[in-house]
Design a protein around this ligand. Structure first.
Ligand SMILES: [Zn+2]
Length: 511
C-alpha cells in the first residue's frame, strides 16, 4: 500500500528536481533515435492477395511483380546515391540524381522498342530553394539530470524558404495543436506545434501552415511542426511561412516529454539552416513513341522526380510506365492508337513543371493527342495511422476522369475490379501531374493517393507492394487498350473539355 501511495503522490505533484535527478539524463525522457527511422511497421509486412490473371488472358512477363519491383529499386537507388553525399536528397529536378534517372529511363524505353526516345532538357523559369546543411540541437543543462548531453534532432527538415545562416539559440515553448496553436508568449522563442494526421501529413497542410505563419508573425524566431507519425521521418512540405522545421514522430515526442518534465526550467535549442535559391537549373523530360495503327496519340505520363527515395511517389508508377512500354513495344501488341510515353520532371519543383514544358516544346506532336493518362502513386501498401499498421492491400487510388466521358468511366469501373486495382472515388478531379496538360483541352485521366508516407523519408521501396505493381500494370494495359480503340468522340464528347487556364511553368500541385 505504501508504494502505491508513493506513486500517487509523485503523479499528483509532478517530478521534484531530486526525482528528476534520479531518473538520469533529460528528466528520464526516452531519447530519440540517432538518425532517421522508417515506420517499424514496414519491417513486418502482410502478404497481399496474389494477382490472378483473368481467364483467357496471357500473363505478360513484363508485368511480373519481381521484374517491376527490380526497377522500383533501381529508381529509388538514384535517390539513395544522392543521400550518401547530401543532407537533402531525392531525384530532385535540377540535380544530377534526376538527370541520371532520366537517362536510365530513356535507356529502358529504347531497349523496350520505343522509338524516337529523346531526353528533352528545359530551363527552370525561376529559382529553387535548396537547403544544403542544417541542424536542430537541443542544448543540455546539468539541471536536466546527470549525463544529459546535447541531442541532435535528426528528423528535422527545414521548410521551403527557411534560412538561418548564423546559428540562433532560443528557448522552446509548446504552442499546442496545429490549426489552433496559441501565440501567447512565443516572442523570441521557438514554438512547437503538434499535428497527428490520420492519412498523409499533406492532409493537414492548411492547419500546419496557417498556425506556423501566425506563430512567426507573433514573433517566434522559428516554428517546429511536430508531425506525429510512426518512426522518425523527414517530412517535406508546409513551406513559405517563415523559418520552420518539420519534426518526425520520435523527435517531437522527446521534446514534448522534456517540456512536460522540465518544471518551467528553460529548454533551449540551437538552429542553423544553410540554404540557397538556385537559379539557372535545368531539368529533363524523357519522351518516346510506339506507333499505333492510327497516328492519333494517347499520352502515358509518369513523373520520375521525388523528394527523398520517392518509392510510392513516383518510382512505382515510373516502373509501371516502363513495363507498359515493354508490353506495347512487342510487335504482337501494336496498339490501335499511337502511344507517347513521357517520364516527366519537375513535379515537385517550382518553375520546372515537366508537363507544362512538354506541351510548350512539342506542340505539333501533341496536336494529335486525344487523351493523357497519368500514372502516379500506384502500388503502395495501405498504411493506417490509428493505430499504425499495414493492411494486406494497396492504398486505394482516387480516380479522376477530367471530362467524365462515359467510355472512360466504364473502363475504370470494369477494369479496376477485374485486375484488383484498388480505388476510392471516381470523379472529375485530377490533382497531381496533369495540370501542365490542361491547355491541350483533351480528356485527362489518373489514379492517385497520398498516404501517410507521402513526401516523407519513409517512402522507401519496402513500402511498395510487388503484387500491387502487377495489378497496376495489368489494369492500365486494359485501360489503354479500351482507349486506343474507342471512337474519338467518345473519349472527348463534344463540349466535355472546358477550356482551362494554362499553368505555364509553375510548380506541381504539392507545395
Ligand atoms: Zn507524385
Amino acid at each position: 500500500m505504501r508504494a502505491v501511495a508513493g506513486i500517487t503522490f509523485v503523479l499528483a505533484l509532478g517530478l521534484s528536481a531530486a526525482a528528476a535527478a534520479q531518473q538520469g539524463p533529460w528528466f528520464g525522457a526516452p531519447l530519440p533515435p540517432k538518425g532517421l527511422q522508417d515506420p517499424p511497421q514496414l519491417n513486418a509486412l502482410p502478404k497481399t492477395p496474389r494477382f490472378v490473371q483473368p481467364a483467357g488472358e496471357t500473363a505478360d512477363p513484363a508485368f511480373a511483380a519481381t521484374r517491376i519491383m527490380a526497377d522500383v529499386r533501381t529508381i529509388t537507388g538514384f535517390a539513395d546515391e544522392m543521400e550518401r553525399t547530401s543532407q537533402f536528397w531525392g531525384r530532385i529536378s535540377g540535380t544530377p540524381a534526376a538527370a541520371k534517372t532520366a537517362g536510365w529511363v530513356a535507356a529502358q524505353l529504347k531497349s523496350a522498342g520505343v522509338q524516337n526516345v529523346q531526353v528533352q532538357k528545359f530551363s527552370a523559369t525561376g529559382a529553387m530553394w535548396m537547403p544544403t546543411r542544417w541542424e536542430v540541437r537541443v542544448l543540455a543543462d546539468p539541471a536536466f539530470g546527470p549525463g544529459s548531453r546535447d541531442v541532435v534532432l535528426h528528423s528535422a527538415m527545414p521548410t521551403r524558404g527557411s534560412s538561418i545562416p548564423t546559428p540562433i539559440e532560443a528557448e522552446l515553448v509548446y504552442a499546442g495543436e496545429a490549426g489552433s496553436a496559441s501565440t501567447a508568449g512565443v516572442r523570441g522563442k521557438v514554438a512547437i506545434q503538434h499535428s497527428r494526421p490520420t492519412t498523409g501529413a499533406f492532409s493537414t497542410r492548411s492547419q500546419i501552415s496557417s498556425s506556423a505563419r501566425a506563430l512567426n508573425e507573433a514573433g517566434a524566431v522559428a516554428v517546429f511542426n511536430w508531425i506525429e507519425q510512426a518512426g522518425n521521418m523527414h517530412v517535406f512540405d508546409f513551406g513559405g511561412s517563415g523559418n520552420a522545421f518539420n519534426l518526425g514522430g520520435a523527435d517531437g515526442a522527446f521534446l514534448k516529454t522534456v517540456l512536460e518534465r522540465s518544471g518551467g526550467k528553460p529548454v533551449k535549442v540551437r538552429l542553423a539552416v544553410e540554404a540557397y535559391n538556385r537559379a539557372g537549373l535545368t531539368a529533363e523530360n524523357v519522351v518516346g513513341v510506339i506507333p499505333g495503327v492510327s497516328d492519333e496519340i494517347v499520352v502515358i505520363n509518369a513523373h520520375h522526380d521525388s523528394w527523398f527515395d520517392g518509392a510510392g511517389d513516383n518510382a512505382d508508377a515510373t516502373a509501371v510506365l516502363i513495363a507498359l512500354a515493354r508490353h506495347y513495344g512487342r510487335p504482337e501488341n501494336k496498339p490501335a492508337r499511337t502511344l507517347l510515353f513521357v517520364s516527366s520532371a519537375g513535379h515537385h519543383s517550382s518553375g520546372m513543371n515537366g508537363p507544362a514544358f512538354l506541351v510548350r516544346d512539342n506542340a505539333q506532336l501533341l496536336s494529335k493527342a486525344v487523351l493523357v493518362l497519368n500514372l502516379e502513386h500506384v502500388a503502395q501498401y495501405q498504411l493506417r495511422t490509428d493505430p499504425w499498421r499495414v493492411d494486406p492491400t494497396e492504398e486505394p487510388k482516387g480516380m479522376g476522369v477530367s471530362n467524365l466521358a462515359p467510355v472512360l468511366m466504364d473502363a475504370i469501373r470494369t477494369g479496376a475490379p477485374r485486375y484488383g486495382y484498388t480505388t476510392s472515388r471516381l470523379d472529375a478531379s485530377v490533382p497531381g501531374d496533369l495540370g501542365g496538360y490542361a491547355p491541350l483541352n483533351i480528356s485527362r485521366v489518373q489514379g492517385i493517393h497520398s498516404g501517410p508516407l507521402y513526401h516523407t523519408s519513409g517512402d522507401v521501396w519496402q513500402s511498395i507492394s510487388p503484387e500491387g505493381l502487377t495489378r497496376a500494370a495489368n489494369f492500365y494495359r486494359y485501360f489503354i487498350d479500351v482507349v486506343a480503340k474507342a471512337p474519338k468522340e467518345q473519349i472527348n464528347p463534344p463540349g466535355s473539355n472546358a477550356p482551362a487556364p494554362a499553368r505555364g511553368g509553375r510548380g506541381g500541385a504539392a507545395d
